[in-house]
Design a protein around this ligand. Sequence first.
Ligand code: DGY
Length: 326
Amino acid sequence: MARPRILVTRPVTEDALALLRAECDVTVGPGDREASRQEILDALRDCDGLLIVGHTRVDATLLDAAPKLRMIANFGVGVDHIDVAAATARKVWVSNTAGSLTETTAELGWALILATVRRVAEGDRLVRAGQWKGFGAFFFLGTELVGKTLGIVGAGRIGQAVARKAPAFGMKALSWSRTPKPDFGAQPRELDALLRESDVVILTVSLSAETRHLIGAREIGLMKKSAFLVNIARGPVVDEAALARAILDGKIAGAGLDVYEKEPEIHPDLLRCPNAVLAPHIGSATVETRRRMSFLAAENLLAGLNGRVPPLALNPGARVSGNSAS
Ligand code: DGY
């Protein structure tokens, strides 16, 4: 029987690639950038499997251009770039790497909280520019976290992991979620109340039609002038122009962002905000986590190609298990 052909849109770890190469003919996309839509369409035409690293858009057009496709493994948890319903309609399994990056992404959330309230990136820029004139009682004051309130928007795995670390910083945690969740140490609030009460608001909610621009000018207007907004979810959850305007007008104290509306473009007004810490979408970017994600994506891909329901399938019923050829 012919070996399955697969496209890996950008390199994953060598040992995960070796796992794939043992069973499949593997094409790997560019290491230094996301492949263009046309490159993906050309490479995918005869492929049985696709491993997406990054945010390659998978829609009906792309699926129709790859009639042999049976399995899509996403390297990451968020699948807002994949039309899962369109894949299901075409009997294509879609998997993600749920559970592989929870703590890493929560840690980045805390890194951004701390960097933002204590002005770490701004201080680094000042030192490098040779502008530091020495210690002063009122020099470069930040905001302390102890005794303050953290508002967590989204109570999934990552939101809950962020909440678990709040007591270590002496913070009270609140949370808002679209669906009620069992107690995980953060007091539930309506979104508006959470925005009003919190000193730091952190977004961990997944992107969907309901959460696109969940945080806009009105919501930011509810926040305290002294509060900070941190986004480790998806850029389009926030109206970026409204956020930049609010920071520049002093309506909130600052922001820590890992994700943006049109990555890798950044709204020009955000670049003008010294009190915005801007990270390049590195929530899951640790050696340990990326290794885990590489294996999980490869294992799910191979399971699907071998006719087994991928362990992390988002649409397990898309195909009948055991029939790798259908
Ligand atoms: C995720 O897992 O969703 C990361 O943000 C990468 O897309």
